[in-house]
Write a protein that binds this ligand. Structure first.
Ligand code: ATP
Length: 543
């Protein structure tokens, strides 16, 4: 079964060290997440694969790493100070503060055309609070999404030291256009790529790492002659869609959506979204916009911008004249892409039927858990509802729902209910013996590439050879680990769950002929390869 709810992914991520809730020792900070040991490897691999594809493998691209803090004027002339906002409404009944455009879209089945249309709907009582259902909503107001901070040793309380935490990496590229052009002696068309943090004070963050206030972007600004922009736009749409496909994302979960005219940002001539079918529905993964010459002109000295020191333009040798290039911007999120790859790779399955007796025992315990959770006082109503309905549906579907029980057993809210101890006592062993959870990640994205085990951990010769092999693989640049903390079957299961494509077992035959067993995560087939040739053989499969 693929991941049908984000909770399944959240639970796997926490259990196996991909993503933890941030500042959890102090109760957390809503919608902020820390990437753990495996999560950081996965996300780094996503960023590396992107960089390789858009910088190293192309002739027409350069990289950049601009500062997060920039002169405030960048955000004045880019238009962000005046327009980078979301419309927000307050519910007078329950004090919730939802995003008015999202409420409009959910309740009227289409996106609003702008603030006046949202406010007309609020006034006509056609919109209701998504939390309590009241139609007593305040008129929507724009809420600027940029985080402010100040530079310098003293905060004087005025705006003299005001700077923003960049809400996108793109502006760092535009203001460096001239620097890159001059130093790298580039001719049009060419592009600049950058990966880095961006910050937005989102009104409604959520859906795990899909929408957070601090996130990472992977952005390209591709500069072309005016008139060549439309073809370049098509080229990048195809290129970026292929990238996800080449890294294993299933075609049926990826689609291209043309933005409507009223959705377009003020600077854009056309924008296409690449959308992924997340468990919560189709949502944006990456936006690919034609930004025309808006940004380069905005940061050039003119009557409208007396603060810029010069002009951002290009001297066309062929036409012997200056021109302002048009820009195509493929703008992706590293966190969203990582989440999409995780969702796409997830699969759990019942590999063996537990005995009727075990199933019945477990069903009784999970039903008892559901009743207990339902009676629990002082628990958040939404959490309680989630626990009860999850447990009821698992109990009704056992043994087929056994893989889902793992998530419930590891849910920290469920742990506060006494019966969970008993469920775990019985359920953990049954789940371990009868289910298999696999992340079918592309080998280049997997946090670990290869795990090496000795057949017996108390045989010094096997341990020595396995450890040596692991070191050889590491030296060859592969992400390899050694593990001897369980029986081979258990070790395979642990590696499957985190997406390790190959497991190597060193056995007694290995001591004689230097051959080892290589077990493939997806096919579960085993083959024997010679240890000295292993690094080269696996590296070859990573290309
Ligand atoms: P959305 O409509 O989802 O708010 P957006 O259209 O504002 O996104 P862009 O400004 O086009 O997003 O940003 C480019 C990419 O950066 C998005 O496609 C997404 O992958 C990522 N991104 C934007 N905002 C966030 C966020 N709050 N959390 C995580 N990733 C984000």
């Amino acid at each position: 079964m693929p991941a049908t709810s984000l909770d399944t992914i959240v639970s796997l991520c926490k259990r196996r060290g991909f993503v933890f809730p941030s500042s959890s020792v102090y109760g957390g900070l809503g919608s902020t997440w820390d990437y753990g040991p495996l999560g950081v490897e996965l996300k780094n691999n996503v960023k590396r694969a992107w960089w390789r594809s858009v910088v190293h493998e192309r002739e027409d691209m350069e990289g950049l790493d601009a500062a997060i803090l920039m002169n405030r004027l960048v955000w004045k002339y880019s238009g962000h100070e005046a327009t980078f906002s979301d419309p927000m409404t307050d519910c007078r009944a329950c004090k919730a503060r939802p995003r008015a455009d999202h409420v409009f879209a959910a309740q009227k089945g289409r996106d609003p055309k702008g603030l006046p249309e949202i406010n007309a709907a609020i006034e006509a009582k056609e919109m209701a609070c998504p939390k309590c259902g009241s139609k007593d909503l305040t008129p929507a107001r724009p809420f600027n999404l940029m985080f402010k901070t100040s530079v310098g040793p003293v905060d004087l309380g005025d705006e003299s030291g005001l700077v923003y935490m960049r809400p996108e990496t793109a502006q760092g590229i535009f203001v460096n256009f001239g620097n890159v052009l001059d130093t790298m002696r580039r001719k049009l068309p060419f592009g600049i790529a950058q990966v880095g943090k961006a910050f937005r004070n989102e009104i409604t963050p959520g859906n795990f790492t899909f929408r957070t206030r601090e996130f990472e972007q992977m952005e390209i600004e591709y500069f072309v002659r005016p008139g060549e922009d439309e073809a370049a736009h098509e080229m990048w749409i195809a290129e970026r869609k292929n990238w996800y496909g080449k890294l294993g994302m299933r075609a049926e979960n990826l689609r291209v959506r043309e933005q409507d005219m009223h959705e377009l940002a003020h600077y854009a001539k056309r924008c296409v979204d690449l959308e992924y079918r997340f468990p919560m529905g189709w949502s944006e993964l990456e936006g690919i916009a034609n930004r025309t010459d808006f940004d380069l002109k905005a940061h050039s000295r003119s009557a409208e911008n007396p603060d810029a020191v010069g002009e951002l333009k290009y001297f066309d040798q062929e036409q012997k004249k200056h021109l302002v290039p048009y820009v195509i911007e493929p703008s992706a999120g590293a966190d969203r892409a990582t989440l999409a790859f995780l969702c796409d790779a997830y699969e759990d399955a019942l590999v063996k039927e537990p005995s009727a007796e075990d199933s019945a025992k477990l069903r009784e315990l999970v039903e008892s858990f559901a009743r207990s959770a339902g009676r629990r006082e002082g628990m958040d109503a939404e959490v309680k509802q989630r626990l009860v309905s999850t447990a009821e549906s698992i109990a009704a579907g056992l043994p087929a729902t056994l893989p889902r029980l793992i998530g419930l057993m590891e849910d920290s809210d469920a742990a506060s209910i006494e019966v969970m101890k008993k469920v775990r006592g019985v359920g953990e062993k049954i789940a371990e013996e009868n289910t298999r959870t696999v992340l079918h990640l592309h080998p280049r994205l997997a946090p670990l590439t290869v795990a090496v085990f000795p057949l017996k951990r108390n045989d010094a010769r096997l341990v020595e050879m396995a450890r040596g092999l692991k070191r050889d693989l590491q030296r060859a640049g592969l992400r390899a680990v050694y593990d001897d903390t369980g029986a081979i079957g258990k070790l395979y299961r642990r590696q499957d769950e985190i997406g390790t494509p190959w497991c190597i077992t060193v056995d007694f035959q290995s001591l004689e002929d230097q051959s080892v067993t290589v077990r493939d995560r997806d096919s579960m087939q085993q083959e024997r390869l010679r240890a000295p040739e292993l690094a080269a053989a696996l590296s070859q499969r990573l290309i």
